[in-house]
Design a binder for this molecule. Structure first.
Ligand code: UDP
Ligand code: MG
Length: 347
């Protein structure tokens, strides 16, 4: 659940506290989550503003979400917003992580189409025009698919390739390979996405799950413009675990497979044990016993661990905590009541 859940029944049945008249929908909303991105922010702002102005003729909003940065990201966004009515700065109350920061941005977006990019300019905002053409050719979602990732480390490329293939094998939803969150979505898709309340969010997988008509746009992924990656190995593993547990229960079945395997093995060894008891002098067999105990112990611990991963996630889901909490919104034009305001559910 979002703190500002745009279409929750509770929200719509309650009288709205905001009385301002909502401004009409802009053509495009650009959403970029930012975590310690002070080094890229000026360039990001400039390139996005230029492209958006060119493509929409000025009918756009630029939403920058500060995901609990510890550098000057928020003061910079705030300052830019003071001089630009197109810019909506959203400050989260702490670091909620990329996927939840992105969700916060999507819940603020009012545009007819919503364009998502990474703040570090690895996904060129200039591709908006092309994506819009594809969208207008009859698609609901146009997602960026990476043709090359030369700019990224060999380890990152290798691990990403392995991860997407494993995910495809494990899950029933066709999640396109080599994509990120770089995409242009029509408003109904975003609204459907926001209606999915889960806490563990793997947004690109959720969009794939939604269906609709989705088209790829192949592009070359660039180097980070400045700063360092905000996805160290630990976070990458967490995203991968969220993706797999959100989209597949196959790992839970692993213990069943191993159970059958070892039962078969035990049955075969039963013949051997009986045979040696009947026809030979049964040797003490300490070694085989130890090996079997160790293997079965290991497999059991893995199975219990996998169940623990799911159980922990179920625990976090049932608490139904908000996905993010907004501390401040800078906006000179009134926001539509459905997309925010300081009078959320509380929380
Ligand atoms: N990001 C975020 N919160 C986080 C981590 C990352 O909002 O806790 C943002 C980050 O500012 C960037 C995007 O998510 O806009 C992707 O992060 P990054 O470029 O560091 O990841 P990489 O491209 O190296 O996978
Ligand atoms: Mg990046």
């Amino acid at each position: 659940m979002n703190y500002f859940m745009p279409h929750s029944p509770a929200e719509s049945s309650r009288p709205l506290a905001i009385t301002t008249v909502p401004s009409p929908r802009p053509h495009i909303s650009l959403v970029a989550p930012c975590y310690n991105e002070e080094a890229v922010l000026p360039e990001l702002y400039q390139r996005c503003t230029r492209t958006l102005t060119e493509v929409t003729g000025g009918d756009y909003e630029l939403i920058l979400i500060n995901d609990g940065s510890t550098d000057a990201t928020w003061p910079m966004i705030h300052k830019l917003a003071e001089g630009d009515p197109h810019l909506v700065g959203v400050d989260l109350s702490r670091n909620f992580g990329h996927q939840r920061a992105l969700t916060a941005g999507l819940s603020m977006a009012r545009g007819e189409a919503i364009f998502v990019i990474d703040a570090d300019l690895q996904d060129p905002p200039e591709l908006l025009g092309e994506m819009l053409r594809l969208l207008n050719s009859g698609a609901d979602v146009v997602y960026g698919q990476r043709l090359s990732r030369e700019a990224e480390s060999r380890f990152k490329r290798w691990s990403a390739a392995a991860f997407y293939r494993l995910l495809a094998w494990l899950s029933e939803v066709d999640i396109p390979h080599d994509t990120g969150d770089f995409r242009l979505m029509r408003r109904p898709v975003v609204e459907a996405l926001l209606a999915m309340p889960e806490y563990h969010r793997f947004v690109r997988g959720m969009v794939a799950w939604l269906g609709f008509k989705q088209l790829p746009l192949r592009y070359h992924r660039e180097k980070r413009f400045a700063g360092v990656t905000k996805y160290p190995l630990r976070r990458m593993l967490r995203l991968a675990a969220d993706a797999i547990t959100s989209f597949s229960i196959a790992p839970l079945r692993v213990s069943t497979y191993f159970g059958f395997l070892f039962s078969g093995f035990a049955l075969l060894s039963l013949f051997y044990i009986l045979g040696s008891w009947l026809f030979f002098n049964a040797a003490p067999g300490w070694t085989s016993l130890m090996v079997l105990t160790a293997i079965i112990g290991g497999v059991q611990l893995i199975a219990v661990g996998i169940m623990g991963e799911y159980l922990g996630r179920i625990y976090l889901e049932v608490k139904r905590r908000p996905n993010f909490i907004i501390r401040e919104i800078t906006s000179v034009h009134p926001l539509t009541p459905s997309s925010g305001g300081e009078n959320g559910d509380g929380g």
